[in-house]
Ligand binder design. Structure first.
Ligand code: SF4
Length: 278
């Protein structure tokens, strides 16, 4: 029986990012009204970790807003990682932007297993959605993470105006990094963001998942943002077409469902909930 891996996200700092990614509610440029804070207290992180561990999540991701992993962030994320790892284990992921090898090595030594850094879209299309940093900087960070022995979690976002050629180019690049996991996000429309696209049609979204699977047959494909918006309560098709993992309990600044309702849904589809991260 097919197993589904449950992953969870903890946004340990949120909003106020100086970059201009046009699909992101955390950029200071767009008045999206997301809560802005820095360095969530470690005690609060542990409470969230406990909630997700009890819900059956095997992965827990510490996410910061902002372009890069500064030395101050490295120290803080390392402290948080040690505290979470010691109490709950978890496959621990960090998502803290562009990073050099030294900082990434520090995270690894603190117990982080994987680094999440998305290429987001194709190299050709990237300048249409971000002008404050380059796609190459993103790719280089992924290479840095792999070089210090971190597993890679690398994916992107669909439905931001890219063509099918861009999607092919994007997945070719992702597959060259051989990620352990690849998150598939679908753009969630927000009137405050410059991208004025609607919710992607579900047939097109399924074609995107099939494309991802074709390029990444050995990677854990994770359905991330947009799952509920695109597929509503009828999600069986995404698992039939290659999704092996889901994020439970909501995304960075968009709500999901209560974890137990997701688990009931998965069991209703005849799927097992993974008990080990392998
Ligand atoms: S760098 Fe990250 S947090 Fe900042 S606007 Fe871009 S996607 Fe959002």
């Amino acid at each position: 029986m097919k197993e589904i891996f449950l992953c969870s996200i903890c946004n340990v700092s949120n909003g106020g990012c100086k970059e201009d990614c046009t699909y992101c509610t955390q950029s200071y440029k767009y008045k999206t009204g997301v809560e802005i804070y820095k360095d969530k207290p470690i005690g609060d992180i542990l409470q969230e970790a406990e909630y997700f561990a009890d819900a059956g999540a095997l992965g827990f991701c510490l996410v910061t807003a902002g372009r890069s992993l500064t030395s101050q962030k490295t120290e803080y994320i390392s402290r948080a990682a040690r505290a979470v790892k010691e109490r709950f284990g978890f496959h621990l992921i960090a998502c803290c932007g562009s990073a050099d090898k030294e900082s990434l090595k520090e995270l690894k030594d603190a117990g982080v297993d994987s680094y999440n850094h998305n290429l987001e879209t194709s190299r050709s299309f990237f300048p249409q959605v971000c002008t404050t940093h380059t796609w190459d900087e993103r790719y280089e960070t992924c290479e840095n993470a792999a070089s210090v022995g971190l597993m890679l979690c690398v994916g992107g976002i669909m439905g931001v105006g890219e063509s099918w050629e861009d999607r092919e180019e994007f997945y070719k690049a992702v597959s060259s990094l051989k990620p352990f996991t690849s998150p598939v996000n679908f753009y969630i429309p927000n009137p405050a963001l410059p991208i004025q696209k609607g919710v992607m049609d579900r047939d097109e979204a399924i074609e995107c998942i099939k494309l991802a699977k074709r390029y990444l047959p050995d990677t854990r494909l994770m359905m991330a943002g947009g799952r509920e918006k695109v597929f509503g309560l009828e999600q069986k098709e995404i698992f039939d077409n290659g999704i092996d993992a889901v994020i439970i309990g909501g995304y960075l600044n968009a709500c999901g469902k209560e974890p137990k309702r997701d688990i009931e849904m998965l069991r209703g589809y005849g799927l097992e909930i993974a008990a080990v991260c392998h």
